[in-house]
Design a protein around this ligand. Structure first.
Ligand SMILES: NC(=O)c1ccc[n+]([C@@H]2O[C@H](COP(=O)([O-])OP(=O)(O)OC[C@H]3O[C@@H](n4cnc5c(N)ncnc54)[C@H](O)[C@@H]3O)[C@@H](O)[C@H]2O)c1
Ligand SMILES: CC(C)[C@H](C(=O)O)[C@@H](O)C(=O)O
Ligand SMILES: [Mg+2]
Length: 357
């Protein structure tokens, strides 16, 4: 009997709709080869939701996500909404969605395709074989801490973590490491911040439950430097919300383009799968966005939320082959391109390769 999964789709703003369309094209192609069906339901979120509904996160979007098997997300935000009061901003909607779905863990893998070794700003000999996994805490820290304010003279935010919040994200990192090279590097700023001292003590305690895993600690400033000096030294990087946000964008240049890095946000009943990049207003509507990060996020959705491992493997093999054959979007045009494709061409070629694998 064919399995049926319900997928909530949030296209969002800027390049969001363009890249999500390509991910769905590829998902449809993989479904045709496998014994399951995906049923999509669209929901509004971000600036487009504000424009149509007066709020960046309508209640029906939260409800729709909660009743689905997984959420496929594009990107939100853009200059048009940047001056709105905080509660109406697209980014506030995204934070609220993560919180409402209980998505406290954001998994951001970074690896390097051999075909794109020269696309990175780092030297090929530093890059070869990089395979790191950022486990970013997603529903706490300075993004959510109170008090927060900006009265025109004083602006402040509060970085708060409680012990249970640190324990649960640390468990995700150690469990991930157990399936990988069994190394966790916890990144904090414990030389300055009390919240980081609690983070470090708590991670040390959790580590006792995973004697096979080697735990190291690193200050975030050093980690930012080590990521570009010698990224191969990292297996799992465990870190808080804001440090993880910054380090994962930095890590994208290891792979060669921010248009390549996917992510999975998990921890609640329903997982959310999204590229790490934003709505890229500077290139929206031009057909040049790289859809690979979103297609790889769709693959993470199949693997982690739906357990459709063969289908996920199929997509990832198709992507490797497409890159081997020299297809590139504009962001990677100078790196081994035999043909430079538009966003939709890239989606179609991957879908085609999936169907032939
Ligand atoms: N999860 C999200 O929805 C998310 C994440 C980050 C930023 N944002 C929002 O997106 C808006 C723009 O933010 P930003 O410019 O700082 O970051 P961004 O990630 O949107 O873009 C940064 C740069 O990377 C390029 N880029 C991003 N994705 C690309 C892709 N798939 N292919 C090719 N190039 C790509 C852009 O053209 C831009 O030059 C802001 O409103 C921000 O708040 C949303
Ligand atoms: C848009 C913003 C709220 C978001 C974040 O900071 O988490 C983004 O940068 C991301 O990485 O998903
Ligand atoms: Mg970010």
């Amino acid at each position: 009997m064919k399995k049926i999964y319900n997928i909530a789709v949030i296209r969002g703003d800027g390049i969001g709709p363009e890249i999500v369309d390509e991910a769905i094209k590829v998902l449809d192609s993989v479904c045709a080869k496998e014994n399951f069906e995906l049923r999509y339901e669209d929901y509004l979120m971000g600036g487009v939701a504000y424009d149509f509904k007066g709020t960046p996160l309508p209640d029906e979007t939260i409800e729709g996500c909660l009743k689905s098997d997984a959420v496929l997300f594009g990107a939100i935000g853009g200059q048009k909404w940047d001056t709105l009061p905080r509660e109406f901003r697209p980014e506030t909607g995204l934070l609220k969605l993560r919180k409402s779905l209980g998505l406290f863990a954001n998994l951001r893998p970074t690896s390097v395709f051999d075909e794109l070794l020269d696309a990175s700003t780092l030297k090929p000999e530093v890059l070869k074989g990089v395979d790191l996994f950022v486990v970013r805490e997603l529903t706490g820290g300075i993004y959510f801490g109170e008090p927060r304010a900006n009265d025109g003279f004083t602006g402040y935010n509060t970085m708060i973590y409680t012990k249970p919040e640190i324990e649960r994200i640390a468990h995700v990192a150690f469990e991930s490491a157990m399936k990988r090279r069994k190394e966790v590097c916890s990144v904090d700023k414990a030389n300055v911040l009390e919240v980081s001292q609690l983070w470090r003590d708590t991670v040390n305690e959790v580590a006792k439950e995973y004697p096979e895993v080697t735990l190291t600690h690193m200050y975030v400033d050093n980690a930012a430097m080590q990521l570009v000096r010698n990224p191969r030294q990292f297996d799992v990087i465990l870190t808080g919300n804001i440090f993880g946000d910054i380090l994962s964008d930095e890590a994208s240049m290891i792979s060669g383009s921010i248009g390549l890095l996917p992510s999975a946000s998990i921890g609640g009943k329903v997982g959310l799968f999204e590229p790490i990049h934003g709505s890229a207003p500077d290139i929206a509507g031009q057909g040049i966005a790289n859809p690979l990060a979103t297609i790889l996020s769709a693959s993470m959705m199949l693997r982690f939320a739906l357990g459709e491992i063969k289908a996920a493997d199929r997509i990832e093999s198709a992507i490797k082959k497409v890159l081997q054959d020299g297809y590139r979007t504009k962001d990677l045009a100078n790196y081994g391109a035999k043909e430079v494709c538009s966003t939709t061409q890239m989606g179609s070629i991957i879908a085609d390769y999936v169907s032939k694998l």
